[in-house]
Design a protein around this ligand. Sequence first.
Ligand SMILES: [Zn+2]
Length: 271
Amino acid sequence: MGLPRGRVGLTTRDQQPTTRFTILRMLGPLIGAGTVVAAAGVVAYHAMAPWAQGFGSTFVCGPSSVKRIALTYDDGPNDPHTLKLLEVLAKDDVRATFFLIGRYVSRRPDIVRDILQAGHAIGNHTFTHPTLALTGAVETRIQLEECQRAVEDATGESPRLFRPPFGARRPRTLQIARSLGLEPVMWNVTSWDWKVAPAAKIVERCNRSMGDGAVVLMHDGSHLGFGADRWQTVVATHLLIEGWRAKGYEFVTIPEMMEGSVAGRQSPVAG
Ligand SMILES: [Zn+2]
């Protein structure tokens, strides 16, 4: 941001050439530093912002003209809270989408089979949950392939969806995912359920940005360890379903939301 402002200031007509030169000499290193900081900011934005499309297109949310919401859960399978969540979703007759960590899939393949049998969609969330914006191409490919293999061993099915851990990616990350037949999926509503409790607070956070075509990020597990307590997320799930159903909303999986989108992709912010 320093660069454009600096340029404008230094080309003001009423400044004498000598003054301009002196100022330029004084500010030169600062402008250079500002450019680097600004460039780093742009890179960080496209690497981390869930809705950014600069590093390749991703599915962010559905059309803003339909009363549909997709609940998504990351970092499972997890015991017992994935199972508790499945109970709530079954009782409320809602199908959701689960982005699974491969090493947990290998540990509890039975839970993954339960998820699929209940009619939910599943996606690849890597094998050990690294920050893919920082891993090399070989490591990224291994992470995605190992998670695919774990799910295939558990269920006989191959995920078609992929969500990068922390939402962090770079162009190569998305290229590798696509080369493996995986569609990158982000989100446009953050529940902050890994930070916020109790359930009513999670619901309050979601309600601030939920609406037509929303894709909601929640967690039934934790990348920090197996067995994380996600009871508040389970309770929040029921409250969200109850509240938004009363407003006439339908709950769908990510593949269902994609079908309802123009060309399969929608983004609230272009670029
Ligand atoms: Zn995650």
